[in-house]
Design a protein around this ligand. Sequence first.
Ligand SMILES: [Zn+2]
Length: 264
Amino acid sequence: MNDVTQRFKRLVIKLETPQTKTGNGPAVGGKVNNLMLIGAEGKNGKEGKKYIVKGLRGWINHAMMTLAKKQGVEVCHSSEKTETQKGVSLLPEGFHPSGKCYEKGKECIKHRLMGSFTKQSKLKFEPVIIVSNAYKGAIPKYVQQVHIATDKRNALMQHTKTGIQDFGERYFAGDFTLTIEFLEELTKEELGFLLNSILYAQKIGLGASKNNGAGKVIVKEVALQEVIWKSYFGELGKVVEEEKARNLWKEMQEGMKAWAPTNA
Ligand SMILES: [Zn+2]
């Protein structure tokens, strides 16, 4: 029987976090919730809660902005707005509003990769779905196992040991993989800028509580791969998926060499 075949490239990024907080404790200054509950597996659902790790695209986006600014390259800001309703400027020096460069016909390196409301991104961030490694049931292929637990904390009244409030903050820890699929071919410079930003992202925390050292993410390994993906109907209409991947080390090195802020 015929199959459906697709060929594409992707980055497979192996990451480790000692502790990334979800930020779903009591709201202090508008925390971002980094874990979105998408379902519960297992008997009582307690050990088998599935979450999506949010904020990974924003993390890389932020790293691109910070790196470009350091290197003196003007790129899109994450916002389209230039000022608040009260006329206070929102746009820091070294950035233009998101998508403005594209409208002007002088697209910046970040917009070429990440796009904006006016143009689609070249990169598709695959969802990172996690479940606690205490979970004993069958784990679907697309789910990753990490340590998920609650950090029990309490807020004390000033100069006393009297608790005002007890609360728990969810966090996850361990190794996980982020996959970024390329929807279009990247130029060498684009690949280089993306790889540099991924390395730089280690300097930027993920999620809430970054200030107390939580949210540290270490990039352990990155592989650029060419993938041939195939899907077809097996017995009784069961859908079968197959994929073959090979690493493109040379192309990765060439990308790293190609990115120099001067040719942006
Ligand atoms: Zn731009």
